[in-house]
Design a protein around this ligand. Structure first.
Ligand SMILES: NC(=O)c1ccc[n+]([C@@H]2O[C@H](COP(=O)([O-])OP(=O)(O)OC[C@H]3O[C@@H](n4cnc5c(N)ncnc54)[C@H](OP(=O)(O)O)[C@@H]3O)[C@@H](O)[C@H]2O)c1
Length: 319
């Protein structure tokens, strides 16, 4: 948070107004008081795995992280898209070290296979960025029969975090959630979204709420081993927003952040030397509340039921 009282009040008002805080105005104003940039080359010799890095925020984050010296591993479903992303990244950062990592995160068997190979090849991983995201137009299920947003945003990331936890010792996990989480409660009675009319926007926002909860649960279980944080990027102009929310993109177009502005806090969380602890939810380099009001805050027993569901679905207790 800014130390100056006036800046603190402005920052709070921007956050609550959404339009001021979430659009490109957010970083432009907050830049004057937010914490220092990571040191140049601070990630030299480190490895960082970014999911959903074939475009949008993931590719922007990967480029920023590579510019700080890390070898970046770009994960996405399609090898051709990842090759194009690597070419684009290298055009901007010719000395970057970039590997591609094809894997469908929503397929738990594919995640197991990928992690077995990756953990042997990259024994020390500085950071894992869970950025991959989807907003499907209708209810879809995965190879294991899970609802697609649940599998992509929660189950696949949980399995990957558990399987790479030893490689991440002393490192960081960053979860790219969404301000949409503020509008949803943890849906413990219907985590697979089988009841009522399905809405992709609701499924997306519910699973973004789940990401905030599971970030805290991972942070508790990995305390002293891996630091874990979630963040939201505001509203950024990406292929995902253009395809899934064309109306929003049309209205907000000129006000949307660039992918680099949206990705800034991801890179900062991966690279900063500041004492940021673990288990935080961040936006524009400041810690934020996970709920705007005390109503709808999940209880300990709801959180426990959610955790037990995730462990049963993935077979990984993250001991
Ligand atoms: N843009 C915004 O304004 C905004 C706002 C709030 C939160 N976010 C969050 O930011 C993240 C990135 O969003 P974006 O706007 O950059 O989205 P995007 O342009 O749609 O990019 C999504 C990325 O996720 C990958 N992906 C999707 N499903 C995958 C799967 N099953 N396995 C592996 N990779 C998968 C896609 O790659 P392939 O299709 O090639 O597999 C792509 O690289 C998402 O988590 C989103 O919820 C974005």
């Amino acid at each position: 948070m800014p130390t100056n009282a006036a800046a603190r009040a402005l920052d709070w008002a921007m956050d609550k107004s959404l339009v001021l805080g979430y659009t490109r105005l957010g970083p432009r104003l907050r830049r004057s008081w937010w914490p220092a940039d990571p040191r140049p080359a601070c990630l030299a010799g480190r490895h960082v795995l970014v999911t959903g890095a074939s475009g949008g925020l993931g590719l922007a984050a990967a480029q920023q992280i590579a510019a700080l010296g890390a070898t970046v591993h770009l994960l996405g479903r399609k090898a051709e898209r990842l090759e194009s992303a690597r070419t684009e990244l290298l055009a901007a950062e010719p000395s970057a070290r970039v590997e591609i990592a094809p894997c469908d995160l929503s397929d738990l068997d594919a995640v197991r296979g990928f992690c077995a190979d990756f953990s042997a090849r990259v024994p020390e991983l500085h950071a894992l960025v869970h950025n991959a995201g989807v907003l499907p137009p209708e209810r879809r299920t995965t190879a294991q029969g899970h609802e697609l947003t649940l599998a992509t945003h929660v189950l696949g990331p949980h399995l990957m975090t558990a399987l790479l936890a030893d490689n991440l010792r002393g490192g960081r996990v960053v979860v790219v959630s969404s301000g949409g989480a503020y509008g949803q409660k943890l849906p413990v009675d219907d985590l697979e979204y089988t009841q009522g009319d399905y809405s992709g926007v609701t499924a997306y926002a519910r699973t973004k709420r789940m990401q905030l909860v599971i970030t805290e649960q991972w942070a508790d279980r990995l305390r002293g081993r891996v630091s874990v944080h979630s963040m939201h990027p505001g509203w950024a102009d990406t292929p995902g927003v253009t395809e899934s929310l064309p109306g929003f993109n049309k209205v907000m177009g000129p006000l949307l952040r660039s992918p680099a502005e949206g990705a800034d806090t991801v890179t900062w969380l991966v690279a900063t030397d500041d004492p940021i602890g673990t288990g935080g939810f961040w936006h524009d380099r400041s810690r934020r509340p996970t709920h705007y009001a005390p109503i709808g805050v999940e209880t300990a027993s709801q959180r426990q039921r959610f955790w037990e569901f995730v462990v049963a679905a993935t077979g990984e207790p993250l001991a």
